[in-house]
Design a protein around this ligand. Structure first.
Ligand SMILES: [Zn+2]
Length: 429
């Protein structure tokens, strides 16, 4: 656990601290003797570490076990320890093309307060960063949380992000390249900052607080302005060699398809994102299809939005339902390959379109996966919408911090560079 590290504390100490606090969090209320047994740490080590955690408020004593439990036979009733998620705060930030959202959460990523500020993605790095800082400051000051009370700030943002160096390499909607956002924010706030691609963060959020809690292998795909993805393998986010893994939106669906923002043709994103659905709706209108969507757009096809299509489809509009079905089939084609390659247990389809359209989008996805991936694998994968709704982004951003806070640190050349979740031996029940 990094919050208590001062200077060059040893890896083994960090590791043991992570193990103890995770055991209390997962299995508490729990007596010290059970922590020692479960973690195979020595009793004196457990006493020493729990004393430190108690002093910092991360855990608390809650009296003893009830009479009648088997420990009573031993003649003493040990004090139980439980995790205190309110001991510190976390700030989760979602950076989108037109808005920055910040949430203050507790140490379980439970949202306590939020702030949203408009941004202009074309306004340049300084102006965008100013709004990000304002949003962070706003949720911290409203809760009276000074820097010492915040264990970290997580930032989820579009594009390719190197989570180790905290550099936004290629942010897609924004104008900068290779912006060292982590260091800039750390200098400003004096708090550890963690930055990752937004879909990666969303996958982690779903793993921490959503449908992914009980699964070890899952894929999350976000459908919206773009299409993104996050891959969890053996409880860990899979980032790939150069932090670019999970770009589900740029799988080729149609070799001769429409041009994509990445320069390729016929990517999933070019075939099933908001823009693609709007284009398909306009095509149907142009071929004379009757649809209530045209009325919603005041008779102007150029004003058709994905939100209108979803709204019409839910009211039974045949053409709008067809647009969602086509998009769902394209997404299903992409996901069928992923099912064959990764054999996930769960696929979460997130983003506003999926959240609102529900089965109108998910059912064609499920049918296509069932038809196009290896049947043994297809039978075993569940396809669902997110349990977190609109909160998925800021929850995911907070989870970037918590993954590090509760994780086992990975050291390279004596410096901590990343964290991985604890193995199941401690996390399992
Ligand atoms: Zn592409």
């Amino acid at each position: 656990m990094k919050g208590l590290r001062t200077g060059d504390r040893q890896l083994i100490r960090d590791l043991n601290m992570s193990i103890v606090i995770s055991a209390v969090r997962r299995h508490g209320p729990i007596p010290r003797v059970d922590i020692a047994r479960m973690t195979t740490l020595g009793r004196s080590t457990v006493s020493e570490l729990t004393a430190l955690l108690l002093k910092e408020g991360f855990i608390r004593e809650i009296g003893s076990q009830e009479p009648g439990e088997k420990r009573r036979a031993l003649g003493r009733r040990p004090v139980l320890l439980e995790f205190n998620p309110k001991a510190r705060f976390v700030v989760g930030v979602k950076l989108a093309p037109r808005m920055v959202s910040a949430a203050l959460t507790d140490l379980e990523a439970d949202i306590l307060d939020t702030a949203e500020l408009p941004i202009d993605e074309k306004a340049g790095e300084k102006a965008v960063r100013q709004q990000v800082s304002r949003a962070i400051r706003e949720v911290m000051s409203r809760a009276g949380a000074g820097a010492e009370k915040v264990v970290g700030v997580g930032v989820a943002m579009p594009g390719i992000v190197d989570n180790r160096t905290g550099v936004s390499i290629s942010p897609r909607f924004f104008l900068w390249q290779n912006l060292p956002l982590k260091h800039l924010l750390e200098d400003e706030f004096g708090i550890p900052v963690f930055i990752d691609n937004d879909a990666n963060a969303a996958a982690l959020g779903e793993k921490w607080r959503g449908r992914g809690r009980e699964v070890e292998n899952m894929v999350l795909v976000t459908v919206g302005i773009g299409i993104g993805g996050g891959i969890i393998i053996n409880n860990q986010l899979y980032r790939g060699f150069a932090a670019g893994a999970g770009e589900v939106g740029h799988i080729t669906i149609n070799e001769d398809g429409p041009e994509c923002s990445c320069g390729n043709r016929g990517c999933l994103e070019a075939m099933a994102s908001d823009g693609a659905m709007e284009r398909e709706m306009r095509r149907l209108v142009a071929t004379g299809a009757t649809t209530s969507v045209l009325g919603m757009a005041a008779g102007e096809p150029a004003r058709i939005t994905r939100a209108m299509i979803v709204q019409a489809a839910k009211a039974g509009d045949t053409a709008a339902i067809e647009v969602l079905r086509t998009a769902g089939q394209h997404i299903g084609v992409g996901l069928a390959s992923i099912v064959n390659i990764l054999n996930p247990e769960l696929i979460v389809v997130a983003g506003e379109a999926a959240q609102e359209a529900g089965d109108l989008l998910l059912q064609p996805i499920r049918e296509t996966i069932a038809r196009r991936s290896m049947s043994v694998l297809a039978q075993r994968v569940e396809v669902v919408t997110s349990a977190l709704g609109d909160n998925i982004w800021v929850t995911g951003a907070a989870a970037l911090v918590l993954q590090d806070f509760f994780g086992v640190p990975i050291y390279e050349r004596g410096q901590p560079v990343a964290a991985v979740s604890l193995p199941e031996i401690v996390q399992g029940t």
